[in-house]
Ligand binder design. Structure first.
Ligand SMILES: [Zn+2]
Length: 129
C-alpha cells in the first residue's frame, strides 16, 4: 500500500466542511475519501428539517465515488474530530474492510483506525441467505 498523505486528505475534509449545509445541528462536517486509484471524493454533510433524511458527509462522499464507478477505497478523512456513524461504517464495509479512517483532534493530533476496529463483526454478504 502506498503512503497516504493524511494531512492533505484531512485538509480536503476540512475544505468540504465549509460547503456543508448544517443549519439544524450547526455542526458542519467534511469527509474526504481516497480511492485505490488515487482519486479523492469529498463532501460536507447535508441536513434538512426532517433529520431522518439528512446525509452524512461520509455517505455523500462515498455515493459520489460509487456513482462514478469507484469500488476500492484506501482512506476516509473526517473533519472536525469525529468517527463515522454506524450507518456510514456499515456502508463503507460493503466495499472492503482495509480502509483507514483518519480524523484530527482539536489540538492537531491525528488519529486513525482501520475499519475493523470501528466495526467489529461487520455484517456482509455472507450474513445473507
Ligand atoms: Zn454517517
Amino acid at each position: 500500500m502506498s503512503e497516504i498523505d493524511t494531512l492533505a486528505l484531512l485538509q480536503r475534509a476540512k475544505d468540504s466542511a465549509e460547503w456543508a449545509y448544517a443549519p439544524y445541528s450547526n455542526e458542519p462536517k467534511g469527509a474526504a475519501l481516497l480511492c485505490s486509484d488515487g482519486s479523492i471524493y469529498a463532501s460536507g454533510n447535508v441536513e434538512f428539517a426532517t433529520f431522518s433524511g439528512s446525509v452524512c458527509a461520509e455517505l455523500a462522499a462515498l455515493t459520489q465515488a460509487i456513482s462514478e464507478g469507484k469500488r476500492q477505497f484506501k482512506a476516509l478523512a473526517i473533519f472536525p474530530y469525529r468517527y463515522p456513524c454506524g450507518t456510514c461504517r456499515q456502508f463503507l464495509s460493503e466495499f472492503g474492510l482495509d480502509v483507514q479512517v483518519i480524523t484530527a483532534c482539536a489540538n492537531g493530533d491525528i488519529e486513525s483506525k482501520f475499519l475493523p476496529e470501528l466495526l467489529p463483526h461487520s455484517f456482509d454478504k455472507s450474513n445473507i441467505g
